[in-house]
Each structure stands twice: as C-alpha cells, then as structure tokens.
Design a binder for this molecule. Structure first.
Ligand code: AMP
Length: 213
C-alpha cells in the first residue's frame, strides 16, 4: 500500500506517519527529514536549501522530486511506503502521478490531518527535540522531567529553526497557497480521506488505520 500524508505544519502528520508505517510495515519517507539531514551534514544540497527552509519557504521542485524519485526507486515495490511532506504543490503531485504511472504503481490513499491555525501555532511553539537522539517533547502535554534536557540521554533540547512563530505563520500561508490545491487534486481522484487531527493522538492513529482499510 502506498500512502500520502497531508496536513499543515504541526498537524501531527510526521508523528502519525512514523507510527502508521511501523504498524503496517511500510517505509516512511519524509522530505523534511531528508532535507534537514542534508543541512546537518553540510552537503551541497544542504547548503542550497538551508536558508529557504529557515524562512519556511518551499525548496525548488526539481530538488524534492529528484529526492523522492531516488527513494521510491530504492524501495521494493512489494513493501509500500508513506510519503510525509510530499507532494507540497500541484507540480509535485503531477510528477508523483507520472512516476507512479511509469512504474505501474498506484497511490492508494491521501490522508489529510485537519488542524486549525490557532492549534498549529500553539503546538509548534511548544515543540522541542533532543539534539542527540531526536526524541520529541511538547509543552505542556509531554514535558521532559528536567527543564531543557532529554529524559533518555540528558542531552540539551532544541527547537527547529522554522518553529519560531513568525516562520510558522509563513509556513501556514505557504500551506494554504501551495498545498491546499493538492487536497483538491486527490479529492477529485476520490482517494482523499479527511481525519480530525485535534483528537488525542491514539484516536487520530485509529482513525487513520480505519481510513486505509
Ligand atoms: P516539514 O518537515 O515537512 O515541515 O518540512 C520542513 C521544510 O522542508 C519545509 O518548510 C520546506 O522548506 C522543506 N520541504 C519539505 N518537503 C518539501 C517539499 N515537498 N517541497 C518543498 N519543500 C519541502
């Protein structure tokens, strides 16, 4: 089964994508993670995209389309995957369709996690992660035992550079302008499933599993 996860920043799609991928034995492909990794490792690609990501803008289509193409080709067809953070605009959705047609594969469902703007800003301003093991924390729901350090390894917690409030507002604007048309694209193809993303994470997870059955 091949799935796409859509939703504004902070909708929980990354967390849910990892959980669903594990439960269904699917590969998890996150363009955001791949790009952040490149920035961290200071690769040529990382240097090209760092400033764009800091501002909360989309990196050029040819970069992410090529990244996704390489990843999809590397996964066995039988396994199936979840795309998290891709496609982000109509040209990317059309390229993905072209890639699937070419490989005689199909996209089974696109899951849209619905979360309001005010909830997004609230969630992202409280989002922290461990600088070493990447464990995530959310204030006030899931706080570390000791302020500013990871429960697992005691390393300092960091925030993503693009989780600062003005950047979050920009990312929301970009989502509405660029990514909302992708929702319509998949609704027209009759594969869009809408999920209420403001429920407790376990209920969101269950709703996703029901939607993909
Ligand atoms: P995410 O982790 O999905 O929120 O992505 C973080 C940032 O990576 C975005 O704000 C963009 O700058 C970049 N990015 C991730 N996926 C894409 C994509 N499909 N197209 C363009 N830029 C992307």
């Amino acid at each position: 089964m091949n799935l796409v996860f859509l939703g504004p920043p902070g909708s929980g799609k990354g967390t849910q994508a990892i959980r669903v991928a594990k439960a269904m034995s699917l590969a998890h492909i996150s363009t955001g993670d791949l790009l952040r990794e490149a920035v961290k490792n200071k690769t040529e690609l990382g240097k090209k995209v760092e400033d764009i990501m800091k501002k909360g803008q989309l990196v050029p289509d040819e970069i992410v389309i090529s990244l996704i193409g390489q990843k999809i080709s590397a996964i066995e067809k039988a396994k199936g995957f979840i795309l998290d953070g891709f496609p982000r605009n109509l040209p990317q959705a059309e390229s993905l369709k072209f890639m699937f047609d070419h490989k005689k594969m199909k996209l089974d469902k696109a899951l849209l996690l619905q979360v309001s703007d005010s909830e997004v800003v609230k969630r992202l301003s409280g989002r922290w992660h461990c600088s070493k093991c990447n464990s995530g924390y959310n204030y006030p729901r899931n706080m570390p035992k000791h302020e500013g350090v990871c429960d697992k390894d005691g390393e300092p917690l960091l925030r993503r550079a693009d989780d600062e409030e003005s950047v979050v507002r920009n990312r929301l604007e970009v989502y509405k302008r660029e990514t909302s048309p992708v929702e319509k694209f998949y609704r027209k193809e009759s594969i869009l499933k809408e999920i209420e993303g403001e429920q407790i994470p376990d209920k969101v997870f269950q709703d996703i599993l029901t939607a993909v059955k």
